[in-house]
Design a protein around this ligand. Structure first.
Ligand code: AMP
Length: 416
């Protein structure tokens, strides 16, 4: 178990907090969704109560080591100030400039400073000023950041799978470090689901590619009782077993691997469920995410998809078959939509599964949904409030499900 905020002394201290303020901005640099800011409030409010001086650090976008004014964190400082009802200091320019360091030095207990975008420095991502990989530059940058505070709090779950200066490197240069409340919550839900799940344990995986989720499937096969595969991923598994898949998205170079995974599932007695029918079409406009008016849309009678047609959603029989398993599950982990849910006509399978997962949660199951698209899907179904935990980090939650060590977590000290 890693140390959490409640385990360390922050009273009156200068606390460096890594947050994930990688928020979407429109052309006028207005924040279009502030959920990442809101997600950090429990940690910030706790630190304010402890009379700490708070120095917030984040990245925004991919400036690749250059100062890109449109990627400044200034709008975030303004928004956070509005939300908290107190000013948030912001220097701008360079997060480790003499001016930033002075602002950190002068910061009083109960005050907040947000540093400028960490990724304006290529050292944040482990590169030197010339853009070459360079660990010593990263270390020096981490040390510079650490010099501005006393203790470090990791609350940016969205970046803990990265080994960067502000996520992992900084820890060894601070007196003490811990996970913030947001990261603690992620570790609790994801960790408990994987380490001590209440059974039956079900994983639902969907999305575009098997290749993105091979390691997740491998890891989960050793833990779950059942696994439901939907989305385009399912067609690679079906084709590998000789089922016709028409023009569906199939990864032909992964057919052997799909067979291997099916074999492993059998050996481990995992109930491996694939769709038994599909919604298919002969035309989709992927660019505009719409169905052309002359497209033919039908539901198949079984697994097979005829020539010239592609699978775009699971069919009614699949929904019914999957319902049995979802209903009886006591732990559910879900990553990836079961069809092209962005197009209303093809969203039924994903939306129905989302409702079932919410119903199962109402009946006492623990449900954890991760990955940007699955989160949008539970929102589209209007059931996001009824899910036990919605993960804030797509890439990080996927790597957690793969069983990988997350550098930003691994670097934190263990609880005594
Ligand atoms: P991922 O990022 O791997 O979770 O993939 C999410 C994407 O998979 C979404 O944009 C879906 O539209 C897409 N997707 C799901 N099912 C299908 C399908 N049957 N055919 C093509 N794309 C799909």
């Amino acid at each position: 178990m890693k140390k959490t905020l409640a385990d360390i002394d922050v009273k009156g201290k200068k606390v460096l907090v890594r947050v994930d303020y990688n928020v979407p901005l429109d052309a006028n640099l207005k924040i279009t969704n502030d959920k990442r800011i809101m997600a950090t409030l429990p940690t910030i409010e706790y630190l304010l109560k402890k009379n700490a001086a708070i120095i917030l650090m984040s990245h925004l976008g991919r400036p690749k080591g250059k100062v890109v004014p449109e990627m400044s964190l200034k709008p975030v400082a303004v928004r956070l100030g509005e939300v908290l009802g107190k000013p948030v200091k912001f220097v701008g320019g360079d997060c480790i400039s003499a001016e930033s360091k002075k602002a950190a030095k002068d910061l009083k207990p109960g005050q907040i400073l947000l540093l400028e975008n960490l990724r304006f420095h290529s050292e944040e991502e482990g590169k030197n000023a010339a853009g070459e990989k360079d660990k010593s530059s990263m270390d020096a940058f981490a040390k510079d950041l650490a010099s501005m505070g006393e203790v470090f709090v990791q609350d940016a779950f969205g970046t803990v799978h990265r080994s960067h200066a502000s996520t992992a490197g900084i820890v060894k240069y601070t007196k003490d470090a811990a996970a913030g409340f947001l990261v603690e919550k992620e570790l609790k839900f994801l960790g408990e689901a994987l380490e001590k799940p209440v059974r039956p344990f079900l994983a639902i995986l969907g999305g575009a590619k098997v290749s993105d989720k091979i390691n997740v499937i491998e890891n989960l096969l050793g833990k779950v009782d059942s696994i439901i595969i939907g989305g385009a991923m399912a067609y690679t598994f079906l084709k590998a077993q000789g089922v016709s898949t028409g023009t569906s998205l199939v990864e032909d170079d992964k057919l052997d691997l799909a067979l291997d995974l099916l074999k492993k599932a059998k050996e481990r007695k995992v109930n491996f469920l694939l769709p038994v029918d599909h919604v298919i079409t002969n035309k989709v406009d992927f660019a505009s995410k719409s169905v052309p008016s002359d497209a033919v849309v039908e539901t198949t009678i079984d697994e097979a998809i005829r020539d010239g047609f592609m699978g775009v959603d699971i069919g009614i029989k699949s929904i019914e078959k999957f319902a049995e398993v979802v209903k009886s599950a006591k732990t559910i982990v879900w990553n990836g939509p079961l069809g092209i849910f962005e197009i209303d006509e093809f969203s039924k399978g994903t939306v129905e599964i989302a409702k079932m997962v919410a119903d199962a949660t109402d009946e006492g199951a623990i449900s954890v949904v991760g990955g940007g698209d699955s989160v949008s899907a539970v929102k589209k179904a209007g059931v996001d409030k009824r899910i036990s935990h919605i993960s804030t980090g797509g890439g990080a939650s996927l790597e957690f499900l793969e069983g990988k060590d997350l550098p930003g977590i691994a670097a934190l000290p263990d609880k005594k």
